[in-house]
Ligand binder design. Structure first.
Ligand code: 8DG
Ligand code: CA
Ligand code: CA
Length: 320
């Protein structure tokens, strides 16, 4: 999963509100570990990012789904003073600044960051001198911090996709491969490469297998995969690199073929779109997650929308 995200800026007349709300969201997640507030800020930012006209007061913002009184007040304060006192305070608080900095490293979550800061490790230089306090994932995350924060152009992911297909089909042409995430939603740039694979021999009822291990070893032999962050039976987190381009974050998930469509839907996102759709599924009496739509069987992504009575959206329309 890629870190540091903001609702898109492209032509968004409310982007300044979205930016401060996203920053407050990150603060709640990383520093306070308050996922409830994190979600509330993200939801408001998402509502504002898709609102086509400039909001001129908190009262007006309040009419959007996901904007409550507290956020409306912040919008008024921002409109009146050009800043937000709460954010100013956060910027002036050394431990908040450090925690936000350390969580930029792949593998360092809010709890680990807090622990490091409590141990007096507050800068990237401090981290470099205390590699012994980091696990393998965090060490590689630190090494490639700059690269991992660079956006990946769509054309580069297209090249990676071709190599993935060529190498994995050489192993076995029965694999199915889908790059999900923002790439599948048509974005011109992505934070990382979210790859989903399945194989007809792997179902939710079949025993464990070595499929993902085989795939990762093949991709290492051909030189595409350059680092492993973690590898389990169904989830690989790592890095890949093309020629002299930056090192990129690559995730590969192996999913049972009977759960493929729910997984594709889930990993395509966006996160906000998923939340919306899951809530809708619940209202309609279903449970939707990355594995299944209970209590029914589905044979396509469209089926999922049909069953819960949610208007079908092509991936490019899921950029909530
Ligand atoms: P990006 O990498 O270009 O920044 O965007 P992304 O592809 O949309 O985000 P991602 O963080 O790589 O996550 C991929 C998908 O995983 C996302 O679109 C939807 C799904 N997902 C959820 N919930 C969560 C969650 O809590 N964290 C993350 N990271 N992903 C989630 O539905
Ligand atoms: Ca990801
Ligand atoms: Ca992604």
């Amino acid at each position: 999963m890629s870190k540091r995200k903001n609702p898109s800026n492209e032509g968004n007349p409310n982007h300044d509100f979205c930016e401060f709300l996203s920053e407050l969201a990150e603060y709640e997640k990383n520093v306070n570990r308050n996922i409830y507030k994190y979600n509330a800020y993200r939801k408001a930012a998402s509502a504002l990012s898709t609102h086509p006209i400039r909001i001129t007061s908190g009262k007006e913002a309040r009419t959007l789904h996901g904007v409550g009184d507290k956020i409306a007040k912040k919008i008024d304060e921002f409109l009146q003073t050009g800043k937000l006192q709460k954010l100013e305070n956060i910027h002036n608080d050394a431990s908040s600044v450090s925690i936000n900095l350390l969580t930029r490293v792949s593998g360092i979550g809010p709890a680990k960051a807090r622990q490091l800061v409590d141990d007096g490790i507050t800068t990237l230089d401090d981290l470099k001198k205390n590699i012994n306090k980091l696990n393998h994932h965090q060490t590689i995350g630190l090494r490639y911090l700059d690269d991992f924060e660079k956006k990946i152009p769509r054309s580069e992911i297209e090249s990676v996709e071709k190599i993935l297909q060529r190498e994995i089909f050489k192993l076995d042409p029965e694999y199915k491969i889908t790059i999900c995430g923002s790439y599948r939603r048509g974005k011109l740039e992505s934070g990382d490469i979210d790859t989903l694979i399945t194989h007809p021999s792997f179902t939710s009822k079949s025993p464990k297998n070595n499929l993902l291990d085989d795939v990762v070893r093949t991709l290492e032999s051909c030189g595409l995969v350059t680092e492993r962050l973690s590898l389990g039976p169904t989830k690989f987190m790592g890095a890949c690199k093309l020629e002299d381009l930056p090192t990129r974050r690559l995730d590969i998930r192996l999913t049972p073929c009977d759960q493929y469509y729910c997984s594709v839907l889930y990993f395509t996102g966006s996160d906000m779109f998923n939340k919306d759709m899951r809530a809708h599924a619940l209202d309609a009496g279903f449970t939707l997650n990355e594995y299944t739509l209970r209590p029914v069987d589905i044979n396509s992504e469209e089926d999922i929308f049909d069953f819960i009575g949610y208007p079908f959206k092509i991936p490019e329309e899921r950029n909530k």
